[in-house]
Design a protein around this ligand. Structure first.
Ligand code: CA
Ligand code: CA
Ligand code: CA
Length: 299
């Protein structure tokens, strides 16, 4: 009798241990989805063999990915620059394994977690993401007054204009997305010829314009291209009266279509105001140019 009771007790104990082990095994199964949940900023991408270093770009031009338990959302500020429509791709997550994220459209991404964030791959494309704690999309995407593309920002108005010497020293600026406008001001003497030079030689796709104003905001002169072979603007200007003068540098399409930023390439340029340079001027031909960025996850 005792033996039967002992056997029953042992069996019960074994069942308890077995159940405990089963529950333990279930609890120890990794929740891969949870590991991926987070907000990320894109540092680097390789798409169709073309590399892009987003970490070197101002905040208004980089991209973000937000992963929740059920969705994968990409944000890019290129299709409607500084508009609210910044979600370029939203996918529903159906499953996550230790290496793969599956979506309801039948596509998938390989992933690998790193100390800093996440690496996503699909065929030969690769995206390196870092954890990001800021607001997505960034506030600047809806407010050009918050642009951060160069050290002179914000300079999108007369009152925020950057002072520049008329003695020939150069300033390096950046023309960004979001209808960036860069205002300058300088003191000029009546009877003096000034040369205002805007050069984007390091950014060959950047097509700039230059408009000169009085301190009252009246337009004095405008130039788009200094000649038929050079998209950079330049003005030779005889100052009539002592005073403070302003000029603004804008991308050609921003000048032509204010508020529509779907068509301009950003880039760096230098601005110089001088009284001594020689200048050769000619006509202002138009140079239509449409630039569209590719989606981060085109497939
Ligand atoms: Ca700027
Ligand atoms: Ca600006
Ligand atoms: Ca131009």
């Amino acid at each position: 009798m005792r033996s039967r009771q002992l056997k029953t007790s042992i069996n019960s104990a074994l069942w308890v241990v077995l159940c405990f082990l089963l529950v333990s095994c279930e609890e120890e199964a990794p929740d891969y989805t949870t590991e991926l949940i987070g907000s990320y900023i894109v540092d680097y991408s390789i798409i169709d063999g073309s590399s892009t270093d987003y970490s070197a770009m101002p905040l208004e031009e980089t991209r973000f990915v937000v992963i929740s338990s059920s969705s994968f959302t990409e944000y890019a500020n290129f299709e409607n620059l500084c508009d609210t429509n910044s979600v370029t791709q939203a996918k529903v997550i159906t499953d996550v394994t230790d290496t793969l994220i599956y979506f309801d459209d039948g596509t998938h991404r390989f992933y690998a977690l790193s100390d800093d964030g996440l690496i996503l791959t699909y065929e030969d494309d690769q995206y390196t993401l870092s954890y990001y704690s800021g607001t997505i999309p960034p506030t600047v995407w809806g407010d050009p007054s918050l642009l951060t593309n160069d050290v002179y920002e914000p300079d999108n108005s007369f009152v925020e204009a950057t002072s520049i010497s008329a003695a020939g020293s150069s300033q390096e600026h950046y023309q960004a997305v979001c209808d960036d406008e860069d205002y300058f001001k300088f003191d000029a003497l009546g009877g003096t010829i000034y040369i205002i030079d805007v050069s984007a030689k390091g950014s060959p796709e950047l097509d700039l314009t230059l408009t000169l104003f009085t301190a009252e905001g009246d337009t004095v002169a405008f130039n788009d291209d200094r000649d038929s072979n050079d998209l950079d603007p330049e003005l030779e200007w005889l100052c009539d009266e002592d005073g403070e003068y302003y000029f603004v540098v804008k991308k050609y399409w921003d000048y032509l279509n204010p508020g529509d930023s779907t068509d301009d390439a950003p880039g760096t340029y230098t601005a110089t105001v001088d009284v001594t340079k020689e200048l050769s001027r000619s006509s202002n031909p138009q140079h239509p140019k449409i630039s569209k960025a590719k989606s981060l996850f085109p497939r």
